[in-house]
Design a protein around this ligand. Sequence first.
Ligand SMILES: C[S@@+](CC[C@H](N)C(=O)[O-])C[C@H]1O[C@@H](n2cnc3c(N)ncnc32)[C@H](O)[C@@H]1O
Length: 180
Amino acid sequence: MIDWNDIHSKGVEYYQIPKSHLNFILESVPLNGHLLDVGCGKGELVSILCSKGYVVTGLDISIEAVSSAKKNVPNAKFECIDAETFELVDKYNVVFLNLVLQFLKEKYSFLEKIKKVSEKVVVVVPVLIEGVTHDEKSLRIGMDKVHLDNLLNKIFSQKIVLFESFHADTNTYMTGYLLS
Ligand SMILES: C[S@@+](CC[C@H](N)C(=O)[O-])C[C@H]1O[C@@H](n2cnc3c(N)ncnc32)[C@H](O)[C@@H]1O
């Protein structure tokens, strides 16, 4: 089991959605729109979204991450929870899942739950590449592309691939989807 508090206390930084893609995702979202970042870490994405004028909530399982996020982005709302077991009641214009889906146990039921409360869902995951010999780290964090596409196609009727770019650090393709 991953010790997220330990990881966050070491100050690790993660891949963030490129600005141009963020602008595209938010194109049709009204400025008072409500956004949710699941697995928000220390609030990097929440901070960017707040600065654009949106009402933003961040959820994370790590108390270490949430404490830092609250200090980093005082005008956002944060909760320390396990997103898999938490009941979502509010509705959102966009839910962001930036590098978190790969760590969840019940991916299908989690995505179904998210779809019910959001117009759009953004999923960013490291994807394993066919024909490449993967090391232990990429196999631990990467998702199989066929499995991922099947999962997303079952739940969402629209799927736009925002980007697929090679990520040398993890030996995977960082892949971003916009789903509805
Ligand atoms: C790879 S980090 C990405 C952090 C952040 N999204 C970013 O891009 O900077 C994964 C994050 O998901 C959180 N996480 C993992 N499992 C979770 C769960 N079941 N519920 C909520 N957050 C979770 C971790 O604490 C961690 O902050």
